[in-house]
Design a protein. Structure first.
Length: 220
């Protein structure tokens, strides 16, 4: 299992677009790797179609996207036709690679297996993992959904917006934050530093008398 802040493991794998070395494929970009229990399954099909539709947003954010499913490349090629049909995707080329992992080698290495969900041969399938990796190959986010629950990719885009913002400025994003809304000054920032960094700082009065809740406009 990879922990937040650790270097994401490198690996080689086959995809419908050919063999990749993960770190080389990622290059200097941010990346998202999301796994799927099985080809030709209902929830997975809706998810891959949704991500294909969201590719302009991922491209805008400089995110490379790659999926993984516990099936062969040949199976992926056939499944992609279903995904494109369901999502009404007319582009001839599918917009991101899908890794084959019939052996569960990567699913095991990355801690993705869901012991409660088995395939027709009785083997555990991959849970719905989401990994966000930064350009230095550090893992910045990990979410693990059970195989029966589809992901909210709008939330994943929201997290990426937050990661980009908080890497650039000394702020944190509050509950339910969306791009353009107010943010909070990081606790490590002193009062004097906050006054230098931000034009206006609103400090919330709290019963404790502590001044840790400082709100500012989203920096640009």
């Amino acid at each position: 299992m990879v922990l937040l802040g650790e270097t994401f493991p490198n690996f080689t794998a086959e995809t419908q677009n050919g063999k990749i070395n993960f770190h080389d494929w990622l290059g200097d970009s941010w990346g998202i790797l999301f796994s799927h229990p099985h080809d030709f399954t209902p929830v997975c099909t809706t998810e891959l179609a949704k991500v294909a539709k969201l590719m302009p947003e991922f491209n805008r954010l400089g995110i490379k996207v790659i999926a993984l499913s516990c099936n062969s490349v040949d199976s992926h090629h056939k499944w992609i036709e279903d995904i494109k049909s369901y999502g009404e995707i007319t582009d001839e080329e599918f917009p991101y690679p899908i890794i084959e992992d019939e052996s569960r080698r990567l699913a095991t290495m990355l801690g993705m297996l869901d012991p409660a969900e088995l395939d027709s041969q009785g083997l555990p399938v991959s849970a719905r993992a989401v990994f966000i990796i930064d350009p230095s190959k550090k893992m910045r986010l990990s979410i693990l959904y059970p195989a029966t629950t589809g992901r909210n990719f709008d939330e994943i885009l929201r997290v990426i917006e937050s990661l980009h913002l908080t890497d650039k400025f000394k702020v944190a994003t509050p509950v339910d934050w969306k791009k353009g809304e107010e943010v909070m000054v990081q606790p490590s920032v002193t009062e004097n530093e906050a006054k230098e960094l931000f034009p206006t700082v609103k400090t919330v009065n709290l019963p404790s008398g502590k001044t840790y809740l400082r709100i500012v406009s989203q920096p640009t």
